[in-house]
Design a binder for this molecule. Structure first.
Ligand SMILES: O=C(O)c1cc(C(=O)O)c2c(n1)C(=O)C(=O)c1cc(C(=O)O)[nH]c1-2
Length: 259
């Protein structure tokens, strides 16, 4: 007897027009309450109120997240015994690393770095990353490496909420900043196509594998954990570069790493 029948009560609809179970609705409500689109740093950035140095600080720090995503996906795949699951997962690594003939997200992020006036080699070196960013992102990689596969997959489901923030970011940056062009924001445009494919698979996998109430609680906790990984990165940026502006020793300072 799985807990699914008990918890998947059937309220609301998915974007695909299918009835949504209570467990899926619970996962989605975590995003409504906790996703980092609600963070004031994003409101500053998307509303055109971030200074160029605040944008640069975001680009430098967010690089660390970008650079670790394919590493966490490789860590995940190294633990998977089912070839079908590995096959479904591996495009995530190519989306970021690219192929011999196609650029990936990592290169696109460095194009954005150049567009905001940063030296891409400096950004790629990771030298200016804040300690709190590093701790939060490393916690995500460790989580995916160590937790049961159900939680590892569930922790990626923040991507359910990412297309909305990417669309808002593209529109907001294009409206407010000279550096923003379709080319320099290509990273986010590509994610609009990549994330839905990944998350449709990940969500179905979690719905299929979280059968008992305990498993559903564990999957929901994984998603909460991930929202905290994202939130903590923006809290660190706010503290360092907005209010009160305490830049930690060793972290990027305005004027450094310019091209
Ligand atoms: O800009 C964003 O707000 C945002 C959020 C997230 C996310 O929700 O974790 C990802 C991304 N972007 C992203 O670009 C990306 O490649 C990505 C991969 C993953 C993941 O957990 O595997 N999340 C995200």
């Amino acid at each position: 007897m799985g807990g699914r029948t008990g918890r998947n009560g059937g309220d609301g609809m998915t974007e695909m027009g299918k009835p949504m179970g209570a467990f899926e609705a619970r996962l989605r409500s975590i995003g409504d309450e906790r996703y980092h689109d609600r963070h004031p740093f994003h409101q500053l950035l998307h509303g055109g109120k971030a200074t160029v140095d605040q944008v640069r600080a975001w680009v430098v720090n967010r690089w660390y997240y970008q650079s670790r995503i394919p590493m966490k996906d490789a860590a995940f795949m190294s633990r998977v015994e089912d070839p079908d699951l590995r096959r479904a997962w591996r495009s995530r690594i190519e989306d970021h690393d690219g192929t011999e003939t196609r650029d990936g997200g990592i290169r696109r992020w460095l194009k954005l770095a150049e567009a905001v006036g940063l030296d891409p080699d400096y950004v790629a070196s990771g030298v200016g990353v804040m300690p709190a960013t590093r701790f939060a992102v490393d916690a995500y990689v460790h989580y995916v490496r160590e937790r049961p596969l159900l939680q590892a997959v569930a922790s990626s489901l923040t991507e359910l909420f990412a297309p909305k923030i990417h669309a808002e970011r593209i529109a907001g940056l294009l409206e407010h900043y000279d550096f923003a062009t379709p080319e320099t924001l290509a990273y986010f445009r590509h994610r609009l196509g990549e994330a839905p494919k990944d998350v449709a698979f990940g969500l179905q996998w979690v719905l299929d594998h979280a059968r008992t109430p305990e498993e559903q609680d564990a999957a929901a906790a994984a998603l909460v954990f991930k929202t905290e990984v994202l939130w903590a990165q923006l809290d660190a940026l706010w503290h360092g570069y907005v209010q009160p502006g305490h830049i930690p020793p060793g972290a990027w300072r305005p004027g450094e790493g310019l091209r």
